[in-house]
Design a protein around this ligand. Structure first.
Ligand code: ATP
Length: 273
């Protein structure tokens, strides 16, 4: 196996129909003016899996993520979360759905004027009505859960390393005990050891909390080491989806050059040495 430690997966399919679909996108079309970015895209995500979502720069990965989160409008198609069509959900249902989703945006997006603990409490304040003491304890629990020391709670983002910022942002994404977390390039900007540690944390959370993970990534190491399944975005839809093995066997030109190109071969060599 290529790259970093292969902590969890041995190409075990979690997608064979025995697993609950947590998120389904059907024939989703998104356009900005005349420019169609996603064209009848369909995708399912299963409970407890780590799905890696890849595609060329500008292919529409962020647009799809934003569309799933309700931040972009669709032109056509349907998105169901936990079996509920988001377009048909009333305000209360939508709020309940939102509480089941955690999001880590690409650059961590912590509020710079708030401490780590206060950042983690932002979703709690938005959705829950809890006494401050309880919120403080809950936030500390999340901070420890992501492997940060307790004293990180009172620090501001500017006082943290890149890896600590990602962990703090993950703690915030986990604030409401979501069923699914969306991670947008979580290891970008981290050194290989920091990135490997982060991947390991994600796998551990999946294993211990039964979390479902949707991970947009360019990081081949992450794809090889922690993703159960990979979906490749191209030509405005999901071009190929499957296990690492499927990716390595694919003759789709972009998939081939991505997974069997120079960088992949370098990783393979590094892993063998
Ligand atoms: N609000 C918008 N208005 C107009 N065009 C947009 C908007 N948002 C995204 N796009 C266009 O949609 C296309 C897909 O962008 P997107 O950011 O989803 O790519 P990506 O796959 O996430 O790329 P990267 O890997 O570089 O982050 C791009 O051509 C982008 O310019």
């Amino acid at each position: 196996m290529l790259g970093r430690k292969n902590t969890i997966i041995e190409d075990a399919p979690r997608s064979n129909g025995e697993h609950e679909v947590v998120l389904s996108a059907r024939d989703v079309t998104v356009a900005f003016g005349d420019k169609v970015v996603l064209d009848k895209l369909s995708l399912d995500i299963y409970r407890g899996e780590i799905l890696g979502f890849v595609g060329a720069s500008g292919a529409g990965k962020s647009v799809l993520l934003r569309t799933i989160l309700g931040l972009n409008k669709k032109k056509a198609g349907a998105i169901k979360l936990f079996g509920i069509d988001v377009d048909k959900a009333n305000e209360l249902d939508r709020q309940r759905l939102d509480m089941r989703l955690g999001v880590l945006f690409q650059h961590g997006a912590l509020f710079s004027a708030l401490t780590v603990q206060e950042n983690v409490q932002v979703p709690m304040r938005e959705y829950l009505d809890l006494p401050k003491k309880l919120m403080d304890e809950l936030a500390l629990l999340k901070i420890e859960l992501v492997g940060l020391p307790r004293d990180a709670a009172v620090k501001f983002p500017s006082e943290l390393s890149g890896g600590m910022i990602k962990r703090a942002a993950l703690a915030r994404a986990l604030a409401l005990d979501p069923d699914i977390v969306f991670l947008d390039e979580p290891t970008s900007g981290l050194d290989p050891i920091g990135a490997a540690d982060f991947d390991e944390l994600v796998a551990k959370l999946r294993d211990t909390m039964g979390l479902t993970v949707y991970m947009v990534t360019h990081d081949l190491d992450s794809l090889f080491s922690v993703c159960d399944r990979i979906a490749v975005l191209g030509n405005k839809k999901v071009l190929v989806e499957g296990t690492v093995k499927d990716m390595l066997a694919s003759e789709e030109p972009w998939v081939k050059s991505y997974f069997r190109g120079k960088r992949a071969r370098q990783l393979d060599l590094a892993a063998r040495n």
